[in-house]
Design a protein around this ligand. Structure first.
Ligand code: SAM
Length: 329
């Protein structure tokens, strides 16, 4: 049985947050304080959840957080995920989203354990600006070393995600273009969504897909290279064929109609949309001793309630019941 929602979308992509602790305090994501903290489940519980979802046709598992590289037992967890296979008998696609601070030392062990790919979040390619955004000194060199370490470990492709905020780091657009070309990474710009702790979002702060293309063209024009409808990112190469750029535009060009995702938070709640106002307490069910079959029933009911789309920027928009760091991006 494969997971589908009532709008006919095939759900094939599971994101599991394995901690909501983070060693960065990025200004557009977290408040400067420690804020709310949600519980963590034992790694064995996340693995059980993953196994049940994989039995329902999930083909891709992304580990996230918080900062997933902070979680003890991560490498063993990846190894266990690597032992799972899809109902068709294929290996799982296993990815991690990380801020890269601890990646230089962990890339090779993660690759050896079976990690397929890594996405590194990086919102400036200037060391000073990077420190201003993350509120951590000297992170830039570590993250750059992490990116290069991931490439050396054969984690391919290495994607670098950047969230642009108008008047804050949008001066980095061309520099990221240069970075993509020189480092051989796919740089993906993500439009800023209203999911931050400090509620600073406004439509004016969002640097949209059209604007990014326009401003990058002042450095060098981009050419779009096909766009699979299931892909959240629109993909581009520079006109001379060197350097790949992706743009993920949930605000200006929503792709909810092709959403294939479901998320599990670090405390074991299923979220069917980043903007859900309601969660489904899978951890509670497991604590009550549920069988795998009962978990399947529960997951099917949760996915059946997946939201049709988000309502960012519309009158009456209701903020999500958690912010990004506590959902798992
Ligand atoms: N700590 C890991 C990292 O930095 O990649 C994983 C968690 S982090 C919350 C995941 C991604 O969400 C990062 O790329 C971050 O830039 C992005 N993010 C956080 N808040 C966001 C927002 N309000 N809109 C868009 N992306 C956001």
């Amino acid at each position: 049985m494969l997971l589908h929602d009532k709008f006919g979308r095939r759900i094939s992509d599971l994101r599991i947050s394995i901690t909501d602790r983070c060693n960065y305090k990025c200004v557009y994501c977290r408040s400067g304080n420690n804020g709310a903290q949600f519980a963590e489940m034992p790694i064995s519980d996340y693995l059980r959840i993953a196994r049940v979802f994989v039995g329902l046709g999930i083909t891709k598992v992304r580990l996230t957080g918080g900062e997933p590289l902070l979680r003890k037992g991560l490498i063993e967890m990846v190894r266990e995920l690597g032992r799972m296979s899809t109902p068709d008998g294929d290996a799982l696609d296993i990815a991690i989203t990380t801020n890269g601070h601890l990646l230089a030392e962990m890339a090779q062990p993660l690759a050896d354990a079976g990690l397929s790919r890594v996405t590194v979040s990086m919102d400036a390619v200037d060391a000073g600006e990077f420190a201003r955004i993350t509120r951590v000194p000297n992170g830039y060199d570590r993250v750059l070393a992490g990116i290069r370490g991931a490439q050396r470990a054969g984690l391919d492709p290495v994607k670098v995600n950047c969230v642009l905020l108008r008047g804050f780091n949008d001066d980095q657009i061309a520099a990221f273009g240069r970075f993509a070309r020189e480092e051989g990474v796919v740089v993906r710009f993500i439009e800023f969504m209203p999911l931050e702790e400090d509620r600073v979002w406004s439509p004016e702060i969002v640097v949209t897909l059209d604007e990014i293309l326009r401003r990058m063209a002042e450095f060098m024009p981009l050419r779009e290279v096909g766009h699979a409808s299931s892909e959240t990112a629109r993909l581009y190469v520079f006109e001379d064929g060197v350097g790949e750029i992706g743009i993920i535009a949930p605000v200006s060009h929503p792709f909810c109609g092709h959403c294939s995702r479901v998320r599990v938070t670090s405390d074991g709640k299923i979220r069917t949309c980043l903007f859900s106002v309601r969660e489904h307490d899978l951890a509670g069910l497991m604590l009550r001793g549920a069988s795998d079959e009962e978990m399947v029933e529960f997951i099917l009911r949760a996915v059946d309630q997946k939201e049709e789309r988000h309502h960012i920027g519309e009158p009456g928009f209701v903020p999500a019941s958690r912010t990004m760091v506590h959902i798992g991006g």
